[in-house]
Design a protein. Sequence first.
Length: 278
Amino acid sequence: MSKILNIEGRLLALNRPQIMGILNATPDSFYTQSRQQTVLEALHIVEKMIQEGASIVDVGGMSTRPGAALISPDEEQTRIMPIISAIAQHFGEAIFISVDTIYGSTAKVAVEAGAGIINDISAGQFDPNMLPMVAQLRVPYILMHTTDIPARMQQKTDYPQGVVTTVFQFLAQKIQHLRQLGIIDIVLDLGFGFGKTTEQNFTLLHHLDSFAALGLPLLVGVSRKGMVWRTLQISPDEALNGTTVLHTLAIQQGANILRVHDVAAARQVVELMEVGRN
């Protein structure tokens, strides 16, 4: 497995799990405390993420929670571009910037403004311009499995061959296509919460190590998601302890990047897991 991402000439080693902090420039993300509306608020949050140990900040302008409606690229860019530009200007050497988008046009302007990673929940399925743009930009690409757009994905959770086999085959086929386009640096995301039931999410988590056979780094995004709070019958605001347990399981199963709302708590998991292994 490649343990290093080449992010526009800067290298990010993945021999130890890295923390990706979530920054939502949205009015409707499922976890209210992740929503940031102004550039100044965003800069304060990013500064705190850096202090707590994040190496990547993932900036998104469109909620992809189950049932959410898509917004236009123009609206998305209006929300995120001032924030990405400001992060690059103030903290460009201290943290890598990822843009969470399904649109090739947004990916382009975000990378031009300082983003170095494209995080696409659609695997290029929602915008035919996305994958050619990734190939043109030559930046790392996070490839995620989903079954449909957020408004419909939870209606499509049938996996006749089993969720592990289906997601594995989907990612394998997409990797081959990306390679044909010349996309080199790829990170895999199994898409926890995207077109899966709670049981299917846990099945994927417990079989995460099976995906090491694909030979690429693994990102896990389970932070404060329904698989935590629905199982425990609590709210997303109360789901930090459960999230920490799942982050521990993810690292045990070979996760290379944790996408999180709570950077300090995730960093503690990483540090304690390292002590246990040494």
